[in-house]
Design a protein around this ligand. Structure first.
Ligand code: CA
Length: 222
């Protein structure tokens, strides 16, 4: 699950990043409005945590622009207690939720979970499942029929993407954007290496699931 944090208070931004990473989110963090807008416009995020008062461009304007471009990424606004007006404005402009600073970690995580909740495939917050194969967040592992095997963080993120979009071909470019980021120089062979690790691990636990290659395009979980 890939998140964007746009927050100019560096300490807060870095603390948020740390907390979310520890909770297995793949996080990009930027500290001003223009960078926030540029990143948000890529459309690769599953959720955006957006401060309102930002240098160069404020959060409401960012929100307005991304919605104008028909990017429907869920947005959680961070507001100061004094910014009631902005809060209302933000919700009117297409924010999904807001969180008033200061907040406790548990509330942030609950809001982020709510914001990024998808329908259907989630058993609970810690587990995703496809055809009996479970991906568990708390242990960073896949499980089938009582057998489990640990995944590396990158393998976890790739598996999460596949299991959230079963039977759909995920283009390699999209996997790179989601897992490594937009400006990364990851080669296609890197993905192939991770996919082959994942296939071996799926085979180890004998799960009736396979990662198929769509030649020249990408991969799908079948
Ligand atoms: Ca701010």
């Amino acid at each position: 699950m890939k998140l964007l944090i746009v927050e100019d208070e560096i300490q807060l931004a870095d603390a948020l990043t740390e907390i979310l990473k520890r909770n297995m989110y793949n996080v990009d963090t930027v500290y001003d409005g223009i960078d926030g807008l540029d990143n948000a416009l890529t459309g690769v995020y599953d959720g955006i945590i957006l401060d309102i008062m930002l240098p160069r461009m404020n959060g409401i304007e960012i929100l307005r622009q991304i919605r104008k471009e028909r990017i429907s990424t869920p947005v959680l606004l961070l507001t100061a207690r004094s910014e009631v007006e902005d809060k209302i404005n933000g919700l009117d402009c297409g924010a999904d939720d807001y969180l008033t600073k200061p907040f406790v970690t548990g509330e942030l995580l609950a809001r982020v979970r709510a914001m990024t909740r998808r329908k259907g495939e989630i058993i609970d917050e810690n587990r995703l499942e496809y055809n009996g194969l479970e991906l568990r967040k708390n242990t960073c592992s896949i499980i089938y029929g009582g057998n489990d095997v640990k995944l590396s963080l990158k393998e976890y993120h790739i598996m999460e993407l596949l299991i959230s979009n079963p039977r759909q071909i995920l283009p390699k470019e999209r996997i790179i954007e989601k897992i490594w980021g937009y400006e990364s120089d990851v080669e296609y062979n890197n993905i192939e290496v991770y996919i082959s690790f994942l296939r071996k691990k799926i085979a180890v636990i004998s799960a009736p699931v396979q990662i198929k290659t769509a030649r020249g395009i990408g991969y799908s979980l079948e």
